[in-house]
Ligand binder design. Structure first.
Ligand code: FES
Ligand code: FES
Length: 162
């Protein structure tokens, strides 16, 4: 099978690139588009470090053949930071000491973004369930859960008209 031109809407911008046969979404984001926030951990769908949002849903990009999502909207951590401003999730991760080595952080933040999009007032159990597919090899789970709860609180507070 020859290489093909694939088009995606990445962080709101249409991007076209040449994809080798069988190339994963993760490989294309990192190697063709230079978006390296999503990390290659297990490459087997088991660690969540490669999580990006496809049409708003968290996906393990290491498992997604890029041609199967041609034309889709993809959001990566780079898109969360658009404009140079940290959002509530990112700033809460910093303030709550939820990053250690940082290898899992991109995937954790993308899962949190998807959760807060569909549920602005999650319970702690909701947060724990949302991150259950993401491994933190530094075992910093407690601060990560606290950070996501704090991000939800900040986002709700910001949404209240003053
Ligand atoms: S690198 Fe994709 S789930 Fe581990
Ligand atoms: S902060 Fe190191 S893997 Fe999670």
């Amino acid at each position: 099978m020859p290489s093909q031109i694939v088009s995606l809407v990445v962080n709101g911008e249409r991007r076209e690139f040449i994809a080798a046969p069988g190339a994963t979404l993760l490989a294309c984001l990192r190697e063709s588009l230079g978006l390296i926030a999503a990390k290659r951990g297990c490459a087997q769908g088991a660690c969540g470090t490669c999580t990006v949002l496809v049409e708003g849903r968290p996906e393990a990009s290491c498992l997604v053949p890029v041609e199967t999502v041609a034309g889709a909207s993809v959001r990566t951590l780079e898109g969360v930071t658009a404009g140079g401003e940290l959002d509530e999730v990112q700033s809460a991760f910093i303030d709550c000491f939820a990053t250690q080595c940082g290898f899992c952080t991109s995937g954790m933040i993308m899962v949190a973004e998807a959760l807060l999009e569909r549920n602005p007032d999650p319970s702690e159990d909701d947060v724990i369930e949302a991150v259950s597919g993401n491994v933190c090899r530094c075992t910093g789970y407690r601060p990560i859960v606290i950070a996501i709860m704090e991000a939800a609180r900040r986002r709700r507070e910001r949404a209240v008209p003053r």
